[in-house]
Write a protein that binds this ligand. Structure first.
Ligand SMILES: Nc1ncnc2c1ncn2[C@@H]1O[C@H](COP(=O)(O)OP(=O)(O)O)[C@@H](O)[C@H]1O
Ligand SMILES: [Mg+2]
Length: 412
């Protein structure tokens, strides 16, 4: 049983807390980068391709800064061709193709801001010095407005530390944290691809759905990431954590068919008894994907993530939102009270066995759910086998290439 498994000793973390090289230490530097008229559009990209619609109900609750819209996707179109490119070509900095660099100093050159959330903003940048030199990376920066909030600063540091400690093929690589004075940002691998949320929205917009094979592969990757994080049997994770914010915008599908769970902003370390510390009563998460116990500010176990994953799966297969409503209050009410409609009612072709699996994943009471991500994953694999449904990276890659916009636009 996983709860009996002793915590493994923490290995040396491949973690850099640097400060010397970077000159991104003044707000003016970041503001200046933002002020630059950088239009990121790729040669050959269609005119409208870079505008990211995707208005999913992804409001992430945060006491000081709610995020009412899904962030635009940061897909670098330069990477869209990468599936067939060599690894070396893929690592080449892409800012040159963007024209004038937005900001050029020290360790990183900011290229463009890609997304702003309630807690942080995500930037595309070229690493100019050090081990990462030559790579295009993502910088995730704590919003200046939150610097005075100790809890936010602590959570941001914890996010970076956890990210760097956890290496798995279904997670993004976090290279390190940069901190000086009040400035705080983490450095992460740029994932060339598109979020599951945006892919699903793009398909729906066309009155289509993602292929079953692609969905099964995406679901499998998400559950593999959770099994690793939760410390399911066989997991090599140095710490066991609950992700706390499993939602379609936190799953990036890459152009080569990889599946990466991102955003440890709300992750919490599990205690040996498999729960996390008592909640402080604040509502944190993305309402439409929160578990009932999260909504009620009850202590969480890994099964909370399994419920959120269940919502993601239900939505992917049903090809429509499950709990999302006009108001946050109504969304939360539905999380607590609404039973998911039978899948067959919204998707007549749904594979046998999937219905039962989703009912169990979405049980309001944690005890009625699957006990582990691995168990849920195995059940899903069984459904796939019964269907003789092909699934794999190629099927997902094909969908990313088909549905992902051909360009990326800086946030304005
Ligand atoms: N490493 C990355 N590579 C590519 N895109 C990323 C990466 N990290 C984040 N993003 C994009 O930025 C968005 C916001 O990042 P996230 O870490 O989820 O921050 P938040 O805490 O604001 O939700 C994601 O939904 C995704 O579109
Ligand atoms: Mg997120």
């Amino acid at each position: 049983m996983r709860h009996d498994r002793p915590n493994k000793p923490r290995p040396e973390l491949p973690f850099l807390i640097g400060e010397a090289e970077s000159e991104l230490w003044s707000d003016e530097a970041w503001d200046a980068a933002l002020a630059q008229p950088v239009e990121i559009s790729q040669p050959g990209a269609r005119k409208k391709a870079g505008t990211h619609g995707g208005p999913q109900a992804q409001d992430k609750t945060h006491p000081s800064a709610p995020n009412p819209f899904a962030p635009p996707s940061p897909v670098a179109e330069a990477l869209s061709r990468s599936a067939s490119e060599s690894g070396e070509a893929r690592r080449k900095p892409i800012s040159g193709r963007f024209g004038k660099p937005a900001f050029d100093a020290g360790e990183f050159r900011l290229v463009a801001r890609l997304a702003t959330g309630g807690m942080s903003e995500v930037w595309l940048a070229d690493a100019l010095q050090g081990e990462l030199a030559g790579q295009t990376v993502v910088l995730k920066r704590l919003l200046p407005a939150l610097r005075a909030d100790e809890g936010s600063v602590e959570r941001f540091r914890a996010e970076a530390l956890l990210g760097a400690a956890l290496r798995h093929e279904n997670l993004a690589v976090t290279f390190g944290l940069r901190e000086r004075g009040l400035e705080l940002f983490l450095v992460q691998e740029l994932l060339g691809g598109e979020t599951l949320g945006l892919l699903a929205a793009a398909a729906r917009k066309r009155n289509e759905r993602l292929s079953l094979a692609a969905l099964l592969h995406a679901a499998d990757g998400l559950l593999a990431a959770l099994a690793f994080l939760h410390g399911d049997g066989g997991s090599q994770a140095p710490v066991r954590v609950i992700h706390g914010d499993v939602n379609p915008d936190n799953v990036v599908c890459t152009f080569d068919g990889g599946v990466k769970l991102i955003d440890f902003g709300l992750a919490q370390t599990l205690r040996p008894d498999g729960t996390v510390a008592s909640p402080d009563g604040a509502l944190r998460g993305t309402p439409a994907y929160m578990s009932p116990e999260q909504v009620k500010s009850r202590p969480l176990s890994a099964r909370s993530d399994l419920f959120s994953a269940g919502v993601v799966l239900w939505e992917l297969f049903a090809n429509r939102p499950l709990f999302a409503a006009e108001s946050e209050f109504e969304t939360l009410r539905r999380v607590l009270n609404l039973t998911a409609p039978p899948l067959r009612a919204v998707w007549p072709h749904s594979p046998t066995g999937l219905e039962r699996l989703l009912v169990r994943a979405l049980a309001k009471g944690p005890a009625q759910r699957f006990s582990t991500a691995s168990e849920l994953r195995e059940s899903l694999r069984q459904v796939a086998r019964q269907q003789a449904a092909a699934s794999g990276p190629d099927a997902l890659a094909a969908e990313v290439i088909r549905l992902a916009p051909k360009g990326v636009k800086a946030e304005r």
